[in-house]
Design a protein around this ligand. Sequence first.
Ligand code: ZN
Ligand code: ZN
Length: 284
Amino acid sequence: MEQKHQYFIQYMIKNGISTVENATTFCEYVSKGEIKNMTHLKTLILEINREISQQFYKIVLGNCEVTNNHLVLWLNTKNDKISQLQNIYSALELEYFHSIMQEILNSEEHRITFIVCINITSTLTDFFSRDKGQKVLNKWLKTGYFVRKSAHIYLGPRMILEFTSYLKTHYPDAVCNLCSDIVFVGKQCASCQKTFHSYCINKYLSNQNKCPCCQTIWIGTDEDGEDDAEDSVNQSHMVTDDDSPNSPVMRSQTRNSEKNRNHRRSTEEDVSNMEGRSMRKRNK
Ligand SMILES: [Zn+2]
Ligand SMILES: [Zn+2]
């Protein structure tokens, strides 16, 4: 491995999660301008993954559905995530972790408010101060297990990646009908109720205006009722894997078209479609 590979590995170990933009800037700097776009970055990641796969590590690219950030994540590919976490967090912290996760999964919109999240500390089997809760939650937000957007906490990109098989087993409906990855905060077809990642359906709709599943003219409902106000880089929610064909440029374009569509959409549609969310699909 060359120095640029080693520097990038160190960068990913230190950060755990990074936007593609920041990762590319870093690589451009350490490679003295050799790496300056997505294709170069992907090549570098492939080369690194080839070297580190035997140590059960992997660098993956993905998307944040909550913030629409395009991300790079450093992952441990060993299967037993729970025992990995046990090495890092105390039993009570893990209990808190699972309680938050469950609370989000049980909520209709797959998000809970920050306040509710902190209040969960008082429901644990032993005393766990709100202060401690906030500290460890910040750690999980930084490392991508959870995502904060405005007042809400969502499942994060790392959570979805590392717990994919668990989530797919227990929430079989929470799958994007375009890319087959997990989706908890997406867009839903008003006619057939099928769910898609915002970035998947926006890309699809850039060429046409029909739902990919039922072929009726697309009227989407947002699963995430919030506005597009963004929080920090680390507060992200990722879904796809390394071979996502989308460039960051395309992503920012789809993001804009999504915004426009959101603005055009009437409140009436929003309200009338609130009832039929992905997890309660009537039919498949
Ligand atoms: Zn998708
Ligand atoms: Zn449809």
